[in-house]
Write a protein of this length. Structure first.
Length: 418
């Protein structure tokens, strides 16, 4: 097997979501592509609507080893791309065109490895696996589920979402193309333990657990210098699209139970659960101390500035493969309180945050409330945790460090062919 540090490969990536200056999937696609281009010749198939921002960024900061091929379905075929289910259908069909683009590229370029980066679900196929190239699948997630006991605390919309998600996942697990994708993968990169287990059941033989979340050197530096918080008022914050599975209703209930003196709670985001969350805050009698703040047009930069003004990130997500905001909080020296499931459970340790067990909703609310009380009462405790958290973010979640892991996975994939 070749040494990872000696590798210089020609790589074909599929990155449906890929956009500079963004978080979540878009940021993962862009940052992994750019970082791997420091080591290899990288060709990326992505959506045509990402082109303007990518071209602008490459004009500002050229990367000669990074090449893009843009593809989208015809305009007339985009009418159904509305809501989560519409996006999934669009993505499935997009991959057919991406496969054709990949075949044209492989006829002109001799690739050493193919790598599917985004969207990453273990129960969705990637047609890139059909190319005659060693194939790396992932990061893939989606294996975690909201615990059954937590369903009863969801809104009707939230329960319908979980039921539809479970059904879609079951269908995906029985899709022959998904099973072929799993069997074809020389390396499968799973973002959580639950996803790794499900990928193995589909036939993936070489599965590695790996958090795909990372921060660039400039982001790490900016987040380390951006703290604007004082100790006169303790600020708790939750950030994300307002879906039921994000668990913000648990955070609100815990905030009401904790009743931390001189504290407030910011909920940053927009989404279908906004009316329910506002109503819950009113019912709990905490409206005066809770601020609901929609995402700003400036996007991620404004959100990170608000994060820097807070002391504790409350992230009670019921199933999350990534959890970029948890790493951003660690880098910003903000204490993370999260549930002990999914991606955040791998990112946060006992020394760098507070992980909450998930036995029942009432227990989770009590434990989150207790964590709020302890953290709200002790600036020294917050300092100890955030010092350790910042060190962990720097050592484990820089994109440079993420790339070193991927180089090892590439070496495994190429070595499996020889």
């Amino acid at each position: 097997m070749p040494s990872a540090s000696d590798l210089s490969l020609t790589v074909l990536m599929s990155a449906y979501a890929c956009e500079p200056g963004r978080g979540s999937e878009e940021g993962v696609g862009w940052n992994l592509a750019k970082e791997m281009a420091r080591h290899h010749q990288v060709w990326v198939i992505t959506r045509a609507n990402n082109r303007a921002t990518i071209d602008q960024e490459l004009a500002r900061d050229p990367e000669p080893n990074l090449h893009f091929v843009y593809y989208d379905l015809p305009r007339w075929a985009r009418w159904w791309k509305r809501g989560d289910m519409g996006v999934q259908l669009y993505y499935y069909l997009w991959q057919i065109g991406a496969l054709n683009a990949g075949r044209r590229l492989t006829a002109a370029v001799s690739f050493d490895v193919a790598h599917h980066v985004t969207f990453g679900k273990y129960w969705a196929p990637t047609f890139l696996a059909l190319l005659p190239i060693p194939f790396v699948w992932g990061p893939v997630g989606g294996g975690d589920s909201a615990p059954w006991s937590f369903w009863r605390g969801l809104s009707r919309r939230g329960m319908v979402y979980e039921a539809v998600r479970a059904a879609a996942r079951w269908v995906g697990e029985h899709d022959p193309l998904v099973r072929r994708t799993a069997r074809r993968a020389a390396v499968t990169i799973a973002t959580t333990r639950a996803t790794a287990e499900r990928a193995r059941k589909l036939g993936a033989s070489n599965v590695r657990e790996f958090s795909h979340v990372g921060l660039s050197a400039s982001e790490m530096d900016l987040l380390g210098r951006s703290a604007q918080r004082g100790n006169d008022r303790v600020r708790f914050i939750s950030i994300g699209v307002l879906h039921a599975w994000k668990g913000f209703h648990l955070g609100l209930r815990a905030f009401a139970v904790a009743d931390v003196p001189d504290s407030e709670y910011w909920i940053i985001g927009s989404g279908p659960e906004a009316p329910n969350l506002r109503s819950l805050a009113k019912d709990l009698g905490i409206t005066a101390r809770v601020q609901f703040i929609a995402f700003h047009p400036n996007g991620r930069r404004d959100t990170l500035q608000r994060l820097a003004q807070c002391h504790v990130l409350v992230h009670p997500s019921l199933h999350e493969s990534g959890g970029t905001v948890c790493v951003e909080a660690m880098a910003s020296r903000v204490v993370v309180v999260c549930l002990d499931i999914g991606g955040p459970a791998l990112q946060v340790t006992a020394e760098t945050g507070v992980k909450i067990a998930v036995s029942s909703p009432s227990q989770a609310v009590r434990d989150i409330a207790e964590a709020m009380r302890r953290l709200g009462a002790s600036s020294e405790l917050r300092r100890q945790i955030t010092v350790a958290a910042r060190k962990r973010a720097e050592s484990e979640y820089s994109w440079t460090g993420r790339a070193a892991h991927l180089n090892r996975f590439y070496a495994e994939a190429v070595g499996a062919r020889s």
